[in-house]
Design a protein around this ligand. Structure first.
Ligand code: 2E6
Ligand code: F3S
Length: 331
């Protein structure tokens, strides 16, 4: 008798779109419908290749600098947030703005402003050069020092060790951040913590699910783009949880069939900026190779939603009002 190896997929829940991404992507689509193409978007609306390519086809133009936007145009700010100086640049360029910053990033901006006004030194834990960190730092550049992981703690200096607070980027590894915080607390025992979690609910839940599956999976496939901080963190968390291997792919056709050698359990998840269709394609690819059984590994329920950016809501409401008045006068 030949022994058959059982093959199964563990599918993480939650995975994929968070409330802030959903809102930002819908905001670009609604803006295109409402004002017509092109809509300029400063920075990738979210860090996902497929989302950006799809919106480009619909008429969005992605730029890195505000100066690239022609005067008089509409520019949307990405979900990662911008520094106040970017709002000033847009005003100087006579641009109409729509701010798609995730409300949970805005919350961190507000914390930064409040602690800076109280003259705290703010230790911002985050990845150097990441768009979100650039935006948050720009709220109070004179008060904020970036701490990029535990290895950075040794070189951190503050003006007054009795008046220091830490804040963080929203998409960090929860465990690594706690290591950084512990090291900072050893150095600055009076360090205070943010009033509520800065690492957002979506980041935490996706890491929790991948931790659960990583312990059982031989291989974990994370769908997400390379510049997506939260997606890259899922690969790291999967490996730390015990997966023999974990890879990040944008699309199913990037999976190397050799990754399946000797594998019986494959974990699948996706970053917060990843549309579900890309996960479905990965599941189809796996099913085609004998991995048809799919078990859900559920770590949390999510029900949070955010309303559209206020500028869009205002214009959509105004249009709805005009239509109503039109209907009445015709009737
Ligand atoms: C905005 C803020 C946080 O690279 P990162 O994970 O931050 O970004 P995305 O676009 O991959 O994920 C969503 C997001 C947007 N997270
Ligand atoms: Fe916001 Fe967290 Fe998503 S900060 S955009 S809810 S990953």
């Amino acid at each position: 008798m030949t022994a058959t190896t059982s093959r199964r997929v563990l599918l993480a829940a939650p995975r994929g779109y968070c409330a802030g991404v959903d809102r930002a992507v819908i905001a670009v689509e609604k803006a295109l419908e409402q004002y017509g193409a092109p809509i300029y978007v400063r920075h990738e609306i979210v860090h996902n290749k497929y989302v950006v390519q799809t919106l480009e086809r619909k008429g969005a133009i992605f730029v890195e600098q505000t100066e690239e936007v022609p005067p008089g145009s509409i520019v949307m700010f990405s979900a990662h947030g911008v520094a106040p100086v970017v709002h000033e640049e847009a005003a100087k360029g006579r641009l109409a703005t729509i701010d798609a910053t995730c409300p949970l990033v805005t919350k961190v901006h507000k914390e930064a402003v409040r602690f800076a006004n109280e003259d705290y030194d703010i230790l911002l834990i985050g990845h150097e050069g990441h768009e979100e960190v650039i935006g948050t730092s720009g709220e109070a550049p004179d008060h904020i020092t970036l701490v990029d992981g535990p290895g950075d703690v040794e070189k951190v200096e503050v003006r007054d060790p009795s008046k220091v607070v830490w804040l963080s980027q929203t998409t960090l590894s929860v465990d690594e951040t706690m290591e950084t915080v512990d090291a900072l607390k050893e150095k600055f025992p009076l360090l205070i913590s943010p009033p509520s979690d800065d690492i957002c609910y979506a980041t935490q839940n996706r890491q929790l699910a991948v931790k659960q599956m990583g312990a059982e999976a031989d291989l974990v496939i994370v769908v997400g783009s390379r510049n997506s901080s939260n997606s890259v963190r899922l690969v790291e968390v999967a490996k730390l949880a015990g997966a023999r291997a974990a890879y990040l792919v944008d699309f199913a056709d990037e999976i190397d069939p050799a990754w399946l050698d000797g594998v019986s359990t494959v974990g699948v998840t996706s970053g917060a900026s990843v549309p579900e269709v890309l996960v479905e394609q990965v599941l189809e690819w796996l099913a085609g190779r004998g991995f048809e059984d799919v078990e859900i590994v559920k770590a949390a329920e999510e029900s949070i939603t955010f309303s559209l950016p206020k500028e869009l809501r205002r214009d959509l409401r105004a249009e709805a009002g005009e239509l109503m008045r039109g209907d009445t006068s015709e009737g």
